[in-house]
Design a protein around this ligand. Structure first.
Ligand code: UD1
Length: 418
């Protein structure tokens, strides 16, 4: 098992290029099924979740291959519509394949993605929307048998703006005859990117980025070349790393408009942040100060995926800051690990109060989930002595090379085998 050894106390200096976005490339990989052809994805991050998506595509009869940071997928030979339970459980967002397989094959069989480290991960909104498009879905002991000989465009109102449900329904709607209107859709930049990808392949989708997404279905899609957008959560992580350790960094390719709530919080805490088309510069000197409550919310609100890393950046700040987690039930699992490093955090239900401490000390800590794992690294950069971070396979799900990027910024961090 790999682990990270991090020596704290060095400020960060320099530049890193931001990897392609995990949460954008995963739905795009599902969408390649609709093209029945070759798609080259440039700037594709090499991540465990991307590997899992590729394995799903391969078991369905598709071909895939890497050339540097380009991933080429050819879905012409797709000849299956079943995803095994093992593959479904490997990646929690595997449900996103359902809409695309149904649109292409008229049937699909897969199991529930199951609960995850963040708490239950229901897909009821995905299934209700697919039924509205005409799919018949039977749940036989946790295996979903789905058939949709003829899907027809429909008006779907989501009871909450689920990212995954919006993406799944956009893909299914491409295979439905007529127009589908998805109301109360999620507005995340990754949804806009999925729309752009579908349109680049000959689809007709509009409205993404707003609350109503309109899909004209029944069009024949074609392949092409597409560049993956920069990962806003990786960018938020490195901004928080520099806020924690101090210093000045430049994140090439990061787009501030995708993470303005995160940069607003860091500015309020005392960081100096500038950005332009090339990327974001953060400089941070001296002690951070307390900020107004951080409440996670669907985009454009504060992202739940950046909650843990911001909390880690504020552990030594002056005063106390309140966090309120409103998206996932179980998203404070990193708190116990941060406490081992000397952090002072009280959790009451969905609220966590972080009181700044004078010093953090290196400790032996364990990743509980992807972003929680990244938060441990952010905290370790500011701790006295060495921190050993184990169970880093969680981190590998979403960061191409967290240790290499932080090392390029001057951090004392190495990856070793336990
Ligand atoms: C996506 C992101 C994840 C991010 C999350 C919220 C990907 C691969 N993952 O996950 O990193 O943390 O958005 O920004 O893009 N819900 C239901 N029923 C459903 C679907 C969702 O109740 O059918 C609930 C969930 O339990 C959760 C909330 O809706 O409480 C938001 O979930 P959702 O937006 O669907 O997140 P994901 O797409 O799973």
């Amino acid at each position: 098992m790999s682990q990270l050894l991090i020596g704290g106390g060095r400020s960060l200096q320099g530049e890193v290029a931001i990897q392609g976005a995990k949460n954008s490339v995963l739905p795009i990989l599902a969408a390649t099924i609709l093209t029945r052809s070759r798609v080259e994805l440039r700037g594709c991050p090499r991540l465990r979740d991307v590997d899992a998506s590729v394995r799903i595509l391969e078991t369905l009869g598709c071909r895939a291959g890497w050339d540097g940071d380009s991933l080429t997928v050819d879905t012409a030979g797709l000849n299956g519509w079943t995803i095994s339970d093992i593959l479904m459980r490997e990646m929690r967002s595997s449900a996103i394949f359902l809409g695309a397989i149904l649109a292409r094959c008229g049937q699909a069989e897969l199991s529930y993605p199951g609960g995850c480290e963040l708490g239950p991960r229901p897909i009821d909104l995905h299934l209700a929307g697919l039924r509205e498009l005409g799919a018949e879905i039977d749940d036989a002991g946790g295996i979903l048998h789905c058939t949709a000989a003829h899907m027809a465009g429909s008006e779907i109102v989501l009871s909450l703006p689920s990212v995954g449900a919006t993406e799944n329904l956009m893909l299914a709607a491409c295979g439905a005859e007529g127009t589908t209107v998805i109301s109360n859709a999620a507005r995340e930049p990754e949804i806009v990117n999925l729309q752009n990808f579908l349109n680049a392949c000959g689809g007709k989708v509009s409205g993404a980025g707003g609350s109503t997404v309109v899909v004209e279905g029944g069009r024949t899609l074609h392949g092409g070349v597409y560049t993956v957008m920069p990962d806003r959560i990786a960018a938020a992580t490195y901004l928080c790393a520099a806020a924690s350790a101090g210093g000045e960094i430049f994140l090439r390719g990061a787009r501030e408009q995708h993470l303005s709530t995160v940069t607003a919080a860091l500015r309020e805490a005392g960081c100096d942040i500038r950005s332009d088309a090339a990327g974001i510069v953060l400089s941070c000197r001296g002690q951070l100060k307390a900020i107004r409550p951080v409440r996670t919310a669907p985009y454009p609100g504060f992202p739940t995926d950046a909650q843990a890393v911001l909390m880690a950046a504020l552990l030594r700040h002056r005063g106390a800051t309140v966090f309120e987690e409103n998206i996932f039930e179980n998203r404070y699992r990193h708190v116990d690990e941060l406490t081992r490093m000397g952090a002072e955090i009280r959790v009451m239900g969905r609220v966590a109060v972080v009181t700044g401490v004078e010093t953090l000390r290196g400790a032996s800590v364990r990743c509980t989930d992807l972003r929680g794992g990244a938060a441990l690294c952010v905290a370790a950069l500011a701790a006295q002595g060495e921190t050993k971070v184990s169970a880093i396979d969680h981190i590998d799900r979403g960061y191409q090379d967290l240790a290499g990027d932080l090392r390029a910024l001057g951090a004392d961090i190495v990856r070793t085998e336990e």
